[in-house]
Ligand binder design. Structure first.
Ligand SMILES: C[S@@+](CC[C@H](N)C(=O)[O-])C[C@H]1O[C@@H](n2cnc3c(N)ncnc32)[C@H](O)[C@@H]1O
Length: 524
């Protein structure tokens, strides 16, 4: 789609017309980060941050979120129909649909019979043409993610975006006014599609990289505040004013600002390197340091030959994962527990590694251990429900991650063969992490036959960001593998485990002897 742009120099005028107040700050170009907000004059620190004068104030009426999109739909009956047909799936999807309409409106050279312009129609024209998030990387660039936790995540996101876009094409093509706005490009005689899949990917990227979590309004886009860049040591934060819900940018407590200093906020202290790259298109180099706090999430699949695999997935209720995290400067003991379930810490001193994988506990037990599934008919005639039993007790609520009450690890821990079950879990997690490390080691070069004659087309920023992600995740995986190997060795020395494995080995060798003698008989 042809997208008109407006020079950033016009943004102060747009701000004035829409009652956005820049108090002692202004927009400026920042090296390697696009535009940002900088101080236009010195400012002394105030200890009481809540009493500090705002640096920037944005009227509540400009906040874009599911509620304001719904308000907009009251003024625009055609948009209401479109929203009812493809929206109401999530606040994000509604906002993206609104942004798609506004972008399409701005791209028209003649007035549109549908869609009502509003301040966002113009504001969108100040936003960058692209964002360096991996959904907007080329295929060559996406190869740089091979072996990282983003490899599968980015593919899955692109497929999900494709499905969303397909639904919009399908539903809006049936309605003449939307067909004309979105798909009939007047400049090409009404034959070519005006909106393309790449437009949808870009809007998704703009949304992800610019939306804020407001204390009361929730997930929202806020013009001008979305020009503030990130720092691990931010000088400001945003809030909603108690009086009128306007969004304000406030200096942090005790922060003194000099003229020309960049004003920054934190995009999330706990976000992993992968999340930063996925959502914002950059990684703070400090994130990749070997002792820095960091985390990583990998998908986990049930054993392919497990007859209970499907039932376990249904009972668990979420996509199974392994979480690995390193807390810089904390001391953990072997059985530290996290806020949302089990945490398997290890070692002590700074940079301790933790992992957790609730599903691995369900994955590693079977009928012979005491796990059972039953489908119970409800007495009120409602749909039958899958129930989970452990050693004869109904533990359905304790095996569902979706309900938030998962504590199956505690149940497994009370089993007479707890050490053996734990050994299985540790082995499953260890093997998954080792496989991931191996994939990371495969490198990022394509098959030589696939390299185009002009060489690979990879932007410097993508190469640098992927290198940081690979460094961060390799460090975490190596440390977690070491920790798991230590624990596995320890578990193998457990009396019960050794006795069980000894018996199993003896039984297997008896079986082998029997088979060998049978074969001998066959030949005789
Ligand atoms: C909310 S916007 C901030 C405004 C943006 N710089 C612009 O020109 O529109 C977030 C985007 O700014 C850039 N950015 C913000 N903080 C950054 C940082 N510390 N390092 C590199 N890029 C940054 C990234 O492109 C990110 O996706």
């Amino acid at each position: 789609m042809h997208r008109p742009t407006l020079p950033i120099e016009s943004l102060p005028m747009w701000a004035r017309l829409n009652n956005v107040s820049f108090h002692i700050v202004k927009l400026a170009h920042t090296t390697g980060k696009g535009y940002g907000v900088v101080c236009a004059q010195d400012r002394e620190p105030t200890d009481d941050a809540s009493a500090a004068a705002p640096l920037l104030t944005v009227p509540h009426a400009l906040v874009l979120n599911a509620a304001s999109v719904d308000e907009y739909a009251k003024e625009d009956i055609n948009f209401r129909q479109l929203l009812d047909a493809v929206g109401h799936r999530s606040p994000r999807a509604d906002t993206l649909l609104f942004l798609l309409v506004q972008t399409a409106l701005a791209s028209r050279s003649s007035p549109s019979p549908v869609g009502v312009s509003n301040p966002w129609t113009e504001y969108l024209q100040f936003l960058p043409a692209t964002v360096l998030v991996p959904t907007l990387w080329t295929e060559d660039e996406r190869l740089l993610l091979r072996g990282t936790s983003l490899e599968a995540a980015v593919d899955a996101k692109i497929s999900a975006l494709d499905a969303e876009f397909g639904l919009i094409v399908e539903k809006s093509s049936d309605v003449p006014c939307w067909r004309e706005l979105f798909w009939d490009d007047a400049s090409s005689g009404g034959t070519a599609a005006a909106v393309e899949f790449t437009d949808w990917i870009r809007l998704d990227a703009l949304y992800r990289s610019r939306c804020l979590e407001l204390p009361r309004a929730g997930e929202s886009m806020v013009p001008c505040i979305d020009m503030v860049n990130h720092s691990g040591t931010p000088s400001a934060y945003y809030d909603e004013s108690a009086r009128d819900d306007d969004v304000v940018l406030l200096p942090g407590p005790g922060v003194s600002l000099k003229q020309g200093d960049e004003v920054t906020i934190s995009y999330g202290e706990d976000k992993s390197a992968a999340e930063m790259l996925f959502s914002y298109g950059f990684i703070d180099p400090q994130h990749a340091a070997p002792t820095a706090s960091g985390s990583l999430v990998l998908p986990l699949s049930p054993f392919p030959d497990d007859p209970l695999a499907k039932a376990k997935l249904v009972a668990f209720g979420e996509a199974p994962k392994i979480h690995v995290a390193r807390d810089a400067g904390t001391t953990l003991t072997v059985t530290d527990r996290g806020e949302d379930g089990e945490e398997n810490g290890g070692g002590s001193g700074s940079g301790s590694i933790r992992w957790r994988s609730p599903f691995a506990y369900l994955m590693c037990v079977n009928e012979e251990d005491g796990l059972e599934f039953k489908v119970l008919q409800q007495t009120d005639g409602a749909r039958s429900r899958l129930r989970v039993f452990w050693l004869g007790e109904d533990v359905t609520d304790r095996t569902s991650a979706a309900g938030g009450g998962f504590d199956f690890e505690a149940l497994v821990g009370a089993h007479p063969m707890a050490a053996l079950l734990r050994l299985r879990v540790v082995t499953v997690v260890l093997e998954r992490l080792q496989a991931q490390l191996e994939r990371l080691g495969e490198g990022t070069e394509p098959d030589p036959a696939d390299v185009p004659s002009g060489g690979l087309q990879r932007r410097e920023e993508c190469v640098a960001a992927a290198a940081l992600l690979r460094q961060a995740e390799t460090g975490l995986l190596v440390q977690a593998v070491e920790k798991l190997e230590e624990e596995r060795s320890l578990l193998l020395t457990d009396q019960n485990v050794a006795a069980y494995l000894g018996l199993k080995e003896a039984a297997e060798s008896d079986l082998e002897c029997e088979e060998a003698s049978n074969e001998a008989e066959d030949f005789s």
